[in-house]
Design a protein around this ligand. Structure first.
Ligand SMILES: [Zn+2]
Length: 309
């Protein structure tokens, strides 16, 4: 009898351990395709894209890449940039709409925002055939000024086969990329490497923090959606980051699957931000204290801001 009890107990513990390890799930999204941040030449852009796609293939990540089609129209490079967009599709990445010109909803009229959305998928839609774009990401994570504006916009895109894809984890690669770009411009590959390693550590901390907040808010793990960007920092470190996430028990899921989690429903108190975990925290009166990147990672971005770049 006692033996039977011990066996059941052991089975229970094993089940609890494996199921808790399986419950960490994240969908990976990459914004500002084909290139986030300071622009550079096509050969370098192709190499960056190759790095992304190699990591995506290696870890079998069902990613969505959100495109700003205005970035395709660069003098003498439009053809190459469209070919690079095609490369993403061939690499198994689904394209989404991130508006044509990376317009912030907070400072735009509903009509202007809708126009920029419509203009935003002309090329992607052609390249994706027979599939159709399905997901929209708000630039700057800015939703409408009011819940009514946001609802009107989401109804407008729903009529065109789209769903908004909020996020729950921001690893700040859009900021940290400035440190990476600066070191590369200076030819200091040792610093490039150090930025990459510290970025992966910071991102892992941010994931732990977001999981902890989700646990406090919902009493359970949620299906996270992480915001990343089409830059060299993430391209060169996605393999390392995916490896760390896997070692933490994460499984990579699709955006479609993630959006089934009720966390992506609109909280009662409206905030114009598509950082959904932050939105829920605000709505439930919880103050957040997310970890911040070190000064070494942040300073080049702040310097650029100061210089107005
Ligand atoms: Zn963006």
């Amino acid at each position: 009898m006692k033996m039977k009890f011990l066996v059941s107990l052991l089975l229970f513990v094993l089940l609890a351990v494996t199921s808790s390890a399986q419950t960490r799930e994240v969908a990976i999204t990459i914004d500002d395709l084909p290139l986030n941040g300071a622009q550079f030449d096509p050969a370098r852009l192709r190499k960056m894209t190759d790095n992304f796609l190699a990591a995506i293939k290696k870890h079998q990540i069902p990613a969505v890449g959100f495109v700003n089609e205005t970035l395709l129209y660069r003098a003498g490079e439009t053809d190459v940039r469209i070919a690079i967009l095609k490369q993403w599709i061939e690499g198994g990445v689904e394209l989404g709409n991130h508006t044509f010109s990376h317009l912030g909803f907070a400072n735009a009229t509903l009509a202007d925002y809708e126009d920029d959305f419509v203009r935003g998928d002309a090329v992607s839609r052609l390249l994706m055939k027979p599939n159709k774009p399905r997901f929209f990401r708000h630039p700057f994570l800015q939703m409408g000024k009011t819940a009514e504006d946001e609802k009107a916009f989401e109804d407008f895109i729903a009529a065109r086969g789209y769903k908004a894809a909020p996020i729950t984890v921001d690893v700040l690669d859009w900021m940290i990329n400035a440190a990476h770009a600066k070191a590369r411009a200076q030819g200091d590959e040792a610093v490039v490497k150090r930025v990459g390693e510290e970025y992966v550590k910071f991102a892992a901390q941010k994931f732990d923090y977001c999981d902890q907040v989700a646990q406090e808010l919902f009493g359970r793990p949620i299906k996270q959606i992480v915001l990343m960007h089409a830059n060299e920092l993430t391209a060169e470190n996605l393999d390392a980051l995916a490896t760390v996430l896997k070692s933490k028990g994460y499984k990579f899921i699709s955006v479609e699957e993630a959006l089934q989690d009720p966390v992506y429903q609109m909280p009662e108190i409206y905030v114009g931000s598509s950082d959904r975990l932050g939105h829920w925290a605000f709505s439930k009166g919880k103050k957040l204290h997310p970890p911040q990147p070190s000064e070494f990672l942040q300073q080049p971005y702040l310097d650029n801001q100061r210089k107005g770049r």
